[in-house]
Ligand binder design. Structure first.
Ligand SMILES: CCCCCCCCCCCCCCCCC/C=C/C(=O)SCCNC(=O)CCNC(=O)[C@H](O)C(C)(C)COP(=O)(O)OP(=O)(O)OC[C@H]1O[C@@H](n2cnc3c(N)ncnc32)[C@H](O)[C@@H]1OP(=O)(O)O
Ligand SMILES: Cc1cc2nc3c(=O)[nH]c(=O)nc-3n(C[C@H](O)[C@H](O)[C@H](O)COP(=O)(O)OP(=O)(O)OC[C@H]3O[C@@H](n4cnc5c(N)ncnc54)[C@H](O)[C@@H]3O)c2cc1C
Length: 551
């Protein structure tokens, strides 16, 4: 995050100085925004940067315990510089949070600079190879030029000048990383399903009839139900990530031309796609672990590590709930635009036909299911706005009414995102397979149908509310879904092989290409330090005395 922030928040002159140093690794940096007391609410950050025109420096301070920076990766022991987000004061006025480049350690000795308190935050659920750190300042001075001045400037005399065309321009790095995280979610989920599907083809358990041989666990319908949605979702996330990257690049190009009109839509999309992709990837990676039974619980399966790594992505760079609420703000505005007969931006354009007051006629084709997801999102949005307005009519302030409606707002944003993801999944497959063989097309279509049927069956309650789906339609869809799993089964191992992930990348005794699961589990077990000696010294120190009654 250090380098993208240098790229996004510095003037060309600042970039010319800092970027080559960072890219050459002459300096190592991190992004220190979150504090002990605040992560989500950026405006509530407490670190201060007060401009002193006498010395043309900013004085950095951590006025409270809760103002200590907390979490930045590599901050504890590795980095010597960091980007610190602090409340800017000049001429006695607070101008809100701004980013600063701060040297925290000596470039030669690596000692913390006087006035800098830095350390490690301790062990975490995962990410323990990263030295996430804390950081505090005691009247620590940095040169005026170290304020990142692309979007706002403090002149030598202390005059504050706002440059950016958009109030949230300094949040740009977060948007960029949210876009990247959708790709990360796809990649890590692909790893987990490669491990679990390969293992399920090797693992045999139970025999349906007492005479026959035991079945590969991959042949059980319930195992297919657990795993094929993981493969389908990995593709859904990958294709949505490519699409989002293009949307991001287009918006960035427009902003460079001075046009910020598409930024709100990008923010709404990157927020909900980051939220849903990281949450889905984490829960499906855990599902892959369940699918591997006891051996999935071994660190050597690779799955616990993957889960611990990915579940953090649901929180960092904007917590799941918080980001869905950001999308909800955008959706409520879109609702108001429909009411006012104003045009809508592309990803919410479906709303213009959705508020008919009638249930959408059920159609079980893929296009029909996508329309049903859109109807569901529109229906939820409409009910949410009704709740919001009822609360306003009862005399509550907008903020109070909004807070009381946040459960519904999150539901509407999640439904919207699922509809967007489903639509993109389908259209990206169609676009990318124009010249593909019929077999490749068939397999990819089977996968996106699994995604659509799975989520339709997960949301039958909502579909009953907002579409004309009947009990027999649901029954028919369930049978179709179960049939599809059987069609995919013969190709399942080939499909995960096609992710083309090398054994070194999977790092799993269960998921290696050669399928030598048991040999690898045993070889990994031999690495346990407890196997280094036939009798462990704790036997003599504790067990034997206890057994002899001498403890
Ligand atoms: C394709 C290339 C592939 C390469 C692959 C390489 C792989 C690389 C792997 C990548 C993995 C990277 C891993 C890096 C490790 C990361 C470690 C983690 C780092 C961090 O976590 S850094 C800290 C992140 N912190 C957060 O995200 C905090 C979350 N909080 C917020 O974002 C905000 O506080 C807020 C949005 C919740 C609220 O902000 P605020 O109070 O200021 O705003 P309001 O709610 O009042 O809203 C006001 C209006 O502003 C709009 N808004 C808000 N944010 C944005 C934005 N970012 N952009 C545009 N607009 C924004 C709101 O929508 C409001 O608009 P409205 O019109 O008034 O409704
Ligand atoms: C592994 C890891 C690496 C990280 N790396 C960095 C880094 O490099 N740099 C950095 O600056 N930060 C980093 N972070 C911090 C991260 O960005 C924050 O933890 C994250 O943004 C969430 O903020 P928080 O911890 O303050 O959670 P909180 O906001 O305290 O959330 C706690 C709970 O309250 C809920 N909540 C909060 N506000 C509201 C609201 N308004 N409405 C409804 N519910 C609400 C949340 O949904 C959540 O359930 C990292 C975190 C982790 C876990």
């Amino acid at each position: 995050m250090f380098v993208p922030t240098l790229m996004g928040q510095c003037t060309p002159e600042q970039q010319a100085y800092w970027l080559p140093r960072a890219l050459d690794m002459q300096i190592i940096g991190t992004y220190a925004q979150t504090e002990l007391g605040h992560g989500t609410f950026i405006r509530g950050l407490e670190t201060t940067a007060t401009y002193d025109p006498e010395t043309e420096t900013f004085v950095m301070n951590s006025p409270t315990l809760t103002s200590y920076k907390w979490w930045a990766g590599g901050l504890a022991k590795t980095v010597n510089y960091c980007i610190v987000v602090a409340q800017l004061y000049t001429k006695g006025v607070c101008h809100g949070t701004h980013p600063f480049i701060v040297q925290i350690r000596d470039e030669e000795t690596h000692m913390p600079r006087p006035g800098v308190k830095v350390g490690d935050i301790g062990p975490k659920l995962g990410f323990n190879t990263a030295d996430n750190g804390y950081l505090g300042f005691d009247n620590y001075r940095i040169p005026r030029d170290n304020m990142m001045m692309k979007n706002a400037q403090v002149l030598k005399d202390g005059t504050y000048v706002k440059v950016a065309r958009h109030g949230k321009a300094t949040y740009g790095t977060m948007v960029f990383v949210r876009v990247l995280l959708v790709n990360e979610a796809a990649f890590n989920l692909a790893k987990a399903c490669t491990i679990a599907v390969r293992y399920s083809a090797i693992r045999r358990q139970c025999s349906p009839d007492s005479e026959g041989s035991e079945l590969q666990v991959l042949d059980y319908s319930t195992q297919q139900h657990k795993l094929f949605i993981c493969i389908a979702t990995a593709h859904a996330l990958q294709l949505n990530s490519t699409w989002l990257w293009k949307t991001f690049s287009d918006t960035l190009a427009a902003i460079k031309q001075g046009n910020v009109d598409t930024l709100p839509e990008l923010h709404a999309l990157s927020s909900c796609l980051k939220a849903l992709s990281t949450a889905d990837a984490a829960s499906l990676i855990e599902q892959c672990r369940h699918a591997c039974g006891g051996h999935g619980y071994m660190m050597s399966s690779g799955l616990p590590y993957l889960y611990a790594f990915v579940t953090a992505t649901r929180t960092y760079e904007g917590d799941y709930t918080i980001l869905l609420l950001q999308t909800a703000r955008f959706l409520v505005k879109a609702y108001e635009q429909v009411e006012a007969g104003k045009p809508l931006t592309p990803t919410v354009s479906y709303l213009s036909q959705a508020f008919t007051g009638k249930k959408l006629p059920w159609d079980s084709s893929p296009d029909g299911i996508i329309r049903a997801f859109q109807a569901l999102a529109a229906g939820k949005l409409s009910s949410t706005v009704k709740s919001l307005r009822k609360r306003l009519e009862s005399g509550l302030s907008y903020e109070q009414a909004w807070e009381l409606s946040t459960i519904q707002l999150n539901g509407a944003a999640e439904a919207h995102c699922r509809a967007v993801m489903s639509q993109n999944y389908k259209s990206e497959i169609e676009r990318l397979t124009v010249n593909s063989s019929p077999n490749v097309k068939l397999v990819l279509q089977q996968l996106y149908k699994v995604y659509l049927y799975y989520w339709a069956l997960e949301r039958t309650g909502d579909l009953l509310l907002y579409t004309s789906i009947s009990e027999s339609d649901i029954f028919e869809l369930q049978l179709r879904y179960e049939g599809l799993l059987k069609e995919i089964r013969p190709n399942a191992v080939g499909i995960v092989d096609a992710f083309d992930l090398r054994d070194e990348v999977l790092h799993s005794a269960l998921g290696s290409y050669d399928g030598n699961v048991y040999e690898r589990l045993m070889a990994e077990a031999q690495k346990s330090p407890l196997n280094a000696e036939p009798v462990n010294q704790t036997f003599h120190t504790y067990l034997k005395p206890m057994m002899k009654g001498k403890l």
